[in-house]
Design a protein around this ligand. Sequence first.
Ligand code: ZN
Length: 377
Amino acid sequence: MDCIHITSDLISCKSITPANDGAIEKIEKILKGFGFTCKILEFGRGSLKVKNLYAYLKYGEGPNICFAGHTDVVPPGNIKQWKTDPFLSTIKNGYLFGRGASDMKGAIGAYIEACLNLIKYKKKFNGTLSFLITGDEEGEANYGTKKVINWLIKKKIKLDFCLVGEPTNPSFLGEMAKIGRRGSLNGVLNVHGKQGHVAYPERAKNPIQNLLKYCGKLKEPLDKGNDFFQASNLEITSIDVGNQVTNLIPSEALVRFNVRFNNNFTSKSLVSLLKKRINTVGRNYNLEIKVSGESFYNPSEKLSKSLTSAIYKVLKLKPKMSTSGGTSDARFISNICPVIEFGLVGNTMHQVNENVKISDIKKLSKIYFEFLKNIFL
Ligand SMILES: [Zn+2]
């Protein structure tokens, strides 16, 4: 039962998001064999039912350290471009190929092996080992980690620390861990005008003039960033009028934008700043906002140090502690406990011929083992 076998076994499940194809049950079976209590949690309705797993092994009143990850994968893409079967793990020249090898079945294999080693190494560590595995991360993520967190809160189950096994390293193992993430929100600004004939502009109100002013206000700098985060940024992604003719002043115009914001803002404070700015142009608009996730930053030094010293012990490398990149399920977990992210190398994730170095999975397992020792012992 080593990390490579577990990874290969999971890759053989065709768990294209949000399908499961037995992946969650495979993990359940291994963990049960080592005395874990496992709870399979199904959320969603009708044909869209998603399987999740919360498993734990308690040895005393010490901290509950949770490993979070996902068994679902993105579709393989163009099968003809794959040199191997994406759902049959194949080992070639020291690399393991297969969909999910890097994102993130390899990290799950590494973490399970690390836990089993800890159990063997010291039968009675003081605390709780737990797993939060979801089958709904790569898609909408409505019935995955978000729902499991609500379930944990309802059941009064407390997590003290969480490690998410996303592939955080851009090009080599030990390069980067994530100690926070920027928040993300999408906005649609609908600027109202009055439709009319271009020959009689005095009888109409062209929303395009104001739209340009609104865009200028939206693009004013948000902040300068801070020690942990780059500056927040608003990106205009589309301007739509949809007017097919030249003799008509349109009645409305749309601006779509996305903001990636750091922890200087909450989505609420950010929206109120944006509104304040655009209100100086006028109030003849409608603004729709959809928040994908708040920004967060891991405040626990114990968690950061436990990970960095484990990485140093195994690789003699000091990882960059970063908050860059997109959102991940860590955003949901950060609502209940400090969370850090570290996994395999992600340079082929979501691509055809996704692969990881076999030696990296083994080294990651050692890093996770040292990390657990640092937390518990
Ligand atoms: Zn992932």
